[in-house]
Design a protein around this ligand. Structure first.
Ligand code: NAD
Ligand code: DAU
Length: 358
């Protein structure tokens, strides 16, 4: 992959996308980065404050399903790299309303693939060797029992509308490699955590509720296991796959940090009690834990075998869960206004102020 790149990052205003945009602008000074984001409820321009001034960066508010707009952007910016994050990402929302998941995650990915194919396989294409990287999830593999790990050859067995939509998009991406020779790569990673995660996901939700004396909902028996990956480690893995990965391959990315949900929740409570003292009630925050009805179709355990990316690309997660969770709690403590702006909805006004001022 040559150094100069014109990269389309989709979903760059979301949690992982925003962390990735910041990292890539630092790590690859010669790259131009176009962030295409619809600004759904999960998109927050405040995640990229300061970056707007960087002349290598451009924000475009658009829907990935709008194929005419996407194709126009490919031409206008001579896009040679796609890093595709944009998705509906929350499992609980997919259970309540799957339609948006089918639309964005499947139809949207299809629109991007078509735009890439038309642009990169036209006779007039003169750019560098292109690359389409699809960011996917370990949830496509289904659920594990007490033992075993997901490898890249584990058969897909998605069990929620979210994971089924991601599995479907993975299949489409892979089909474009086999059918059209489109230069694609796929990453399947485990649960991310860190700065800028929307407070509907377990870790920021527990942080926010426990700061406000609200109950801490733990689904089922709390013993479901997730393999936690610090978001910066994930973004570095993506850079590695972009630079040195092989077309047509998928790469599992995991944190080597298997934890039961209840362990994560009690740890957050204990860290907060230690860092800022007990709440007004005088009771440890653990007392707010409430077991609630289980998520429908709740996958029991996820665990990643990341041998391929380690052996072929030399990537390994650097962050232990113990350090990562301390760092994350420190970030949320220092950025309580960011959380408050989401909770009261004011974060959505930032777009009007930044881009529709006149
Ligand atoms: P997120 O929900 O925080 O952000 C999603 C972003 O996509 C938002 O900025 C949103 O506005 C944008 N978006 C949604 N629909 C769009 C559309 N139709 N057109 C343009 N933009 C649209 O998600 P995240 O947690 O940052 O996840 C990013 C990607 O990584 C997703 O593809 C997700 O499946 C995958 N992933 C996430 C995790 C995780 O733990 N968060 C783990 C594995 C894989
Ligand atoms: O594994 C990768 C996936 O991780 C990504 O593909 C998804 O986009 C991302 O949202 C995440 O999915 P999960 O469903 O695992 O994440 P969530 O934070 O919603 O839940 C983590 C675990 O905590 C899960 O077992 C459900 C449980 N949970 C969650 C919430 C929100 C609770 O017990 N209580 C809660 O309130």
């Amino acid at each position: 992959m040559k150094n100069r790149r014109s990269a389309l990052v989709t979903g760059g205003c979301g949690f992982i996308g925003a962390n990735f945009v910041s990292l890539i602008l630092q790590a690859c000074p010669e790259w131009r980065v176009i962030n295409l984001d619809k600004l759904t409820y999960a998109g927050n321009l405040q995640n990229l404050q300061g970056i707007e001034e960087d002349e290598r960066y451009r924000f475009v508010k658009a829907d990935i399903c709008d194929s005419a707009r996407v194709e126009e952007l490919f031409k206008e910016e001579r896009i040679d790299t796609v890093v595709h994050f944009a998705a509906e990402s929350h499992v609980d929302r997919s259970i309540l309303g799957p339609a948006e998941f089918i639309q964005t995650n499947i139809i949207g990915t299809f629109a991007l693939l078509e735009a890439a194919r038309k642009s990169w396989q036209s006779d007039s294409w003169q750019g560098p060797e292109p690359c389409f990287l699809h960011v996917s999830t370990d949830e496509v593999y289904g659920s594990l029992g007490d033992t075993g790990y997901f490898t890249e050859s584990t058969p897909f067995d998605p069990r929620s509308p979210y994971s089924a939509s991601k599995a479907s998009s993975d299949h489409l991406v892979s089909a474009y490699f086999h059918t059209y020779g489109l230069p694609v790569r796929i990453t399947n990673c485990s649960n991310n955590y860190g700065p800028y995660q929307f407070p509907e996901k377990l870790i920021p939700l527990i942080f926010n509720n426990s700061m406000h004396g609200k109950s801490l909902p733990v689904y089922g028996d709390g013993k479901n296991i997730r393999d936690w990956l610090y978001v910066e480690d994930h973004c570095e893995a993506i850079v590695e796959v972009l630079k040195n990965g092989e077309n047509g391959k998928s790469y599992n990315i995991g944190g080597n940090n298997e934890k039961q949900n209840i362990e994560v929740v009690t740890l957050i409570c204990d860290i907060l009690d230690r860092k800022i003292g007990l709440p007004e009630s005088g009771k440890p925050r653990r007392s707010l834990i409430t077991y609630v009805a289980d998520r429908l179709g709740h996958d029991r355990r996820y665990a990643i075998d990341a041998t391929r990316i380690r052996e072929e690309l030399g990537w390994e997660p650097k962050m232990t869960f113990e350090r990562g969770i301390e760092k994350t709690i420190d970030w949320y403590l220092a950025n309580q206004e960011w959380v408050a702006n989401i909770v009261d909805g004011s974060y959505q006004k930032y777009y009007q102020e930044m881009y529709e001022a006149e």
